[in-house]
Design a protein around this ligand. Structure first.
Ligand code: TRH
Length: 431
């Protein structure tokens, strides 16, 4: 891969070496640093952004990742033993924090530190020596809160070096950085939804059988451990119509195993109780996850990236937000509801709010959904009764949620794609 617009720390040259080079098209070089805190969201977002910048903007992207094992789960082509490799046009470096910055120190035109991970000091020092200073971003976690648009793209001077860092805030509204959306995403979804063959092939590949009967409600379940899941599984078991549950193997699989009385509930497993049929799914390559959302009538998602993908899937969803200390996540949950549920009628909106809060362990749902009365959250019987009421109401509103999900996907698109927004701003700074 050419490094035409990178500069080694030794040269810091900003002018092309020869007259010929002056006419060579230069590609914007971008280094993206990702420290995996836990789960898959950090690398999920970074890998998606890296590919988009490379494929849709023709940038020369290096992705530094400290945990290749986690990365390999959503990118099976990756060799977790290799220090450097190129996948889909992105150079991937195994990043040994905190001092390592690749085998040779090369400073890119655009430097992105994801989620406040700290750049290697040697790299920052070299950034400061570069004649044309890199455009430096800290890519923040997504929040739907209003303050985000005030802080988006605010520059912050480095305390010691002549460098500016810009805070790039993803968000759900105008004036924020938006959320990631590939250019071909809607077309890929439309093609999947319009093709019975694609649907058939997908069901065969993930469950080994045909798609379920039309009267079945298909639900995907990607979630953290959740005490509410037992009560919900019981509702689905007792449902008057069939429920088909698709569960990517992970943190909620243990609860499924307990419910079905089996040792484990991993990939390829199938279990039935009453109206409920559940399939354990293998964790797929990242693109494959979208098809799961498109094949389902209702998606349970979590964290950040799957939450965004569920919105682009334009189907009803329930969000298990990444829990933070002191319940700092709850205002974020409400802020997302404010955007997403704003135009729903009062009754479906209230039920949606109660359902999301209940799923996130917030007290509101521990009262009886029908009467508003309080029940003891530790009492299994009353807990089940509560979920029975709320699930029935929620299921009754699914057509309204579906219509809203479709409208919301169009509204969200107005905030623009995060990759495109970031690329545009970077280019304006590099002029
Ligand atoms: O894994 P997560 O819980 O990640 C979280 C959040 O990002 C959170 O904000 C962050 O603070 C924390 O990590 C450290 O959920 P998320 O964000 O949905 O990421 C999951 C990724 O895994 C997403 O990119 C989709 C992908 N995925 C697959 O590639 N294949 C699969 O089969 C499944 C189920 C998911």
């Amino acid at each position: 891969m050419p490094h035409d617009s990178r500069h080694t720390a030794a040269s810091h040259a900003d002018v092309p070496a020869t007259a010929d080079d002056a006419h060579a098209p230069t590609r914007i070089a971008c280094d993206l640093f990702c420290a995996v805190i836990d789960n898959f969201g950090d690398i999920g977002v970074c890998w998606r952004l890296a590919r988009q910048l490379a494929h849709e903007h023709d940038w020369e992207v290096r992705l530094f990742v400290d945990d290749l094992q986690a990365f390999q789960r959503l990118c099976p082509a990756l060799d977790a033993q290799r220090t450097t490799q190129t996948i889909e046009g992105v150079v991937i470096e195994h990043w040994h924090e905190p001092t390592h910055a690749g085998e040779t120190l090369q400073i890119a035109d655009v430097v992105i530190e994801a989620f406040a991970c700290e750049l290697p000091p040697v790299y920052v020092a070299a950034m400061a020596q570069r004649e044309r200073k890199p455009v430096w971003f800290n890519l923040e976690y997504l929040s739907a809160e209003d303050w985000v648009s005030d802080f988006h793209l605010r520059p912050s001077p480095h305390p010691r070096y002549p460098l500016l860092k810009h805070f790039f805030f993803p968000g759900l509204g105008k004036g924020t950085g938006g959320v990631l959306k590939e250019r071909d995403l809607d077309a890929a979804r439309a093609a999947f939804e319009a093709s019975p063959q694609a649907r058939e092939a997908w069901w065969q590949s993930v469950t080994g059988g045909p798609p379920p009967a039309p009267d079945a409600t298909v639900i995907s379940l990607f979630a953290y451990e959740n005490p509410a899941v037992d009560a919900l599984l019981a509702q689905w078991r007792d449902s008057p119509t069939p429920i088909v549950l698709l569960v990517p193997q992970g943190r909620i699989s243990g609860a499924l195993a307990r419910f079905f009385g089996v040792e484990s509930f991993g990939a390829g497993q199938r279990a039935e109780r009453g109206s409920l049929t559940a399939h354990g799914l293998a964790f797929t390559e990242q693109r494959g996850y979208d098809a799961l959302l498109w094949a389902s009538d209702l998606n349970f998602v979590r964290g950040e990236d799957s939450f965004v993908r569920a919105q682009w899937a334009a189907r009803p969803f329930v969000w298990h937000i990444y829990p933070q200390g002191d319940d700092a996540h709850l205002p974020k949950l409400d802020a997302a509801l404010d955007h997403y549920a704003s135009t729903l009628d009062e009754a479906p909106r209230r039920v949606l709010e109660r359902f999301w809060h209940g799923w996130n362990g917030n007290g509101a749902l521990h009262g009886d959904a029908a009467t508003g009365g309080q029940t003891n959250p530790t009492d299994q019987t009353s807990g089940h009764a509560t979920w029975n009421a709320i699930w029935n109401e929620f299921a009754g509103h699914l057509p309204a949620y579906k219509a809203r999900a479709q409208a919301w996907a169009r509204e969200l698109a107005q905030a623009g794609d995060l990759g495109g927004n970031l690329a545009e701003f970077a280019k304006s700074q590099l002029k």
